[in-house]
Design a protein around this ligand. Sequence first.
Ligand code: PLP
Length: 398
Amino acid sequence: MALSFFLKEKKGILARCRDDYATKMRLKYAPYYHAMEYQQGSTIKLDGREMIMLSSNDYLGLSFHPKVIEAGKAALTKWGTSTTGARPANGSRAYHVQLEEKLAAFLGREACHIHAAGYLSCLSSVASFAQKGDVVYADKNIHSCLWDGIRLSMATVERFSHNSPDDLRNVIAATQSDAPKMLVVEGVYSMEGHIARLPELLNIADENSLFSVVDDAHGFGVLGRQGRGTVDHHGVNDRVDVICGSMSKSLASTGGFVAASREVIEYLRSHSKQTIFSAAISPAQAGCAEASLDLMQSEPQHLERLWANTRKYRSILKGLGLDLWGSETPAVPIVLGSKERVYPFWRALMEKGVFTVMSIAPAVPAGKDLIRTAVSAMHTDEQLEKIGEAMAYAMRKL
Ligand SMILES: Cc1ncc(COP(=O)(O)O)c(C=O)c1O
């Protein structure tokens, strides 16, 4: 009896996998999981065709910088391939501490902790500190890793309208509580390219004693002095409790970081399951990130080129009359409003040799179905021109 019940349940899950509508559609239209055969900077090869990469998060274009590649190789040679363990156990190395100290100093924080993925860092920036009974005020458009952090914390969540201090104020007023409270926002919103209205949001946070967490995965390297991020851009460093982010974007590696006061980071090290029970970031990953961080400070030309490209790219798209959702940063969405419009647009870009990513509801709010594009310091003028021509062609396909 018990065995047949188990088998039935197992088959139920297998049937779910087999019959899943989202998976069937994904396999039919094949918009995701394209394995490129070659990459050199912002040029890739897919199915034998050369294409321009227009959806990478390599904002500063450091992923092919000789010093970054050299640092990765040197770290591999010195430390081997992996720590094969978590930080509290056998996984801590001097290179972790070195990168954490550099990141903390760069961000004007007392301490920092790094993880093997930005997802882990950002998730644990919420889940380690909020608890059942607390209230988390979250911007409606935050990244999946932050929602997962909220869910794991078991705190009560109250959503407020995207980047709206007025709505945050209203939601707080409607949910008065003496419980510990947290504000969770992104610095730069990954899909929208919007910059968080931190000064106003933090005024409300201060008035209501909210602990603030800013996921700056897309602001780090892009905004602020030498790319210190959104908090620096707004000059509010002393008012934000936790800055977290990813190393898979401007730092041209993989991994993530959480930067805060020493007591907050030490608390995370005691309580974050993602920190305690997951292997430490590998030597090559950390080596590449550290080299990129050094380059952000010694070679300003990458940040300058990024913004020159961003201005040029945005003016091309605006000239075509495309809806960019008011993006203010190198993360530039092209809002088309429905999956029926997004798909042919995306296909036309692929046909013309421009690689982008479709993002459709529910990954984005209904009616905001979009093509996510991101410009990099690596794009050449010639590539930007080709992209403009491809966009004009895709518009004719709508
Ligand atoms: C806002 C934001 N936070 C966190 C992450 C997770 O970073 P990673 O890809 O390094 O795990 C991402 C990645 O897309 C992101 O966009």
